[in-house]
Design a protein around this ligand. Structure first.
Ligand code: PMT
Length: 405
């Protein structure tokens, strides 16, 4: 989740609400969209008004709520003006989208304001289905979803879980925050469209015995945020993740490979490397590992215990040195002298870009402050939550790669 303030400023969203119990979540969605700076026009089907009052949406959006094709205020042209008037809508988002609404959409029906404006729109359409699990599993619904996908409609969800009817299964609408995040992602520029990005994230764990090992405090949050920002920018993303507590997918469009040690991370990176356009090494890889891991738990005994360590391979250096190397981005985590050390790492590994951060700013937490070091100098980015920092890094990468913005 990223801080919503300003994320959608200047955007116009038409929020369609159809008649399902999940309509109550659309109220929270309206609030989130408004807080992010979007202008929100809510269009309700007649059925939706049986679940939530139009007054709720009016209060939350601060604008008229529309439900009839025949509104005198709009000269009977609401179905055109709501998406194409005032500079045009950036997207139509229908949440919840019932099985009935989806079926009508598939057939291009125009028998109420919402279906008519969907047909008359010239902006993207996103729908968040919500229905009983049996309805969701019906071949008719599956056919409709497949048709909508091939018509270019973005389908958000649904999720699995307990349903209003008491049954458990797939069909419940995503939460308002998830729909909001998906919309923000959808509206991001796509400079990495068609590109493949490979990342490392998190720490590595170098076993000493079956219970102990050498590791560090990297949470994987910066790497996962970058994976998500790359996916939002249109890339096909693979993340090689060390052992992190965050078990969820870094971002639902990223492939995730879990590893434990630096050697496993190196092997997974090299196996995934063919065809990659970009490699971003965010992981805090242990520089050393024990020469041997004890088969059984080391018993307490002597006053001192000597450990013999051997250097781990430098994954980033190995990748960057290949003749077919992708565009390589390194990270530098320092506790002082950031510019000097980060620039030294960039030169040593011959990298076009190094992202420098102080451990006290970025390790473990939800925010970070980074400076980007490239051939033209140092470019500090404002301190922000890790997703917004990641978006800044991605747009810098795209500029250096001369991707169309
Ligand atoms: O995971 P978080 O809690 O969100 O924290 C994020 C972070 C602070 C870990 C991240 O922003 C960061 O700085 N990652 C790099 C940490 C690091 O180990 O830096 P380094 O200076 O030791 O390594 C330099 C570069 O070489 C890094 O890109 C690293 O991934 C890579 N490297 C290092 C050693 C090694 N054996 N193989 C490598 O690929």
């Amino acid at each position: 989740m990223s801080d919503p303030i300003g994320l959608l400023s200047g955007k116009r969203i038409v929020l369609g609400v159809t008649g399902g119990i999940a309509a109550y979540k659309a109220a929270e969605l309206t609030r989130l969209l408004g807080k992010a700076g979007a202008t929100v026009d809510v269009v309700m089907t007649e059925a939706a008004t049986h679940f939530v009052s139009a007054v709720t949406f009016q209060a939350l959006s601060g604008r008229n709520v529309w439900s009839s094709l025949w509104d005198a205020d709009q000269r009977g042209m609401a179905h055109i003006d709501l998406t194409r008037g005032e500079g045009g809508a950036d997207a139509v988002l229908v949440a919840p989208a019932t099985a009935d609404f989806l079926a009508r959409l598939v057939h291009g029906m125009a028998n109420d304001l919402l279906t008519t404006l969907c047909l008359a729109r010239d902006c993207p359409l996103l729908v968040a289905p919500a229905m009983n699990r049996q309805m969701w599993e019906q071949p008719a619904t599956k056919r409709n979803i497949a048709q909508l996908e091939s018509d270019g409609v973005a389908i958000l969800g649904p999720a699995e879980g307990e349903q209003a009817c008491g049954e458990v299964g797939e069909g419940r609408m995503l939460e308002a925050q998830e729909i909001f995040d998906a919309l923000v992602a959808f509206l991001q520029p796509k400079p990495l469209a068609g590109k493949k990005v490979l990342l490392t994230a998190g720490p590595t764990f170098e076993a000493l015995d079956p219970v102990r090992g050498l590791t560090n405090a990297s949470s994987g949050k910066m790497g996962f945020a970058l994976a998500r920002a790359c996916a939002e920018a249109g890339a096909e993303v693979t993340v090689v993740a060390g052992p992190v507590s965050e078990k969820s997918q870094p971002w639902r469009y990223a492939r995730r490979i879990d590893v434990v040690s630096a050697l496993e991370m190196r092997d997974a990176v090299l196996a995934s490397l063919p065809g990659q356009d970009v490699f971003i090494a965010v992981a805090a890889v242990a520089d050393y590992r024990p020469v041997r891991a004890f088969e059984h738990k080391i018993k307490k005994g002597e006053e001192t215990l000597k450990l013999e360590l051997v250097a781990n391979p430098d994954i980033l250096a190995q990748v960057a040195a290949r003749p077919d190397a992708p565009f390589c981005v390194g990270f530098a985590a320092e506790s002082r002298n950031l510019a000097e050390y980060a620039e030294a790492k960039r030169k040593a590994k011959k990298l076009p870009l190094v992202v420098g951060n102080l451990v006290q700013d970025g390790l473990g937490g939800d925010t970070n402050q980074v400076t980007l070091f490239d051939d033209t100098g140092a470019h500090p980015l404002p301190a922000a939550d890790k997703l917004n920092v990641a978006r800044g890094i991605v747009s810098h990468i795209a500029r250096l790669m001369k991707c169309p913005q």
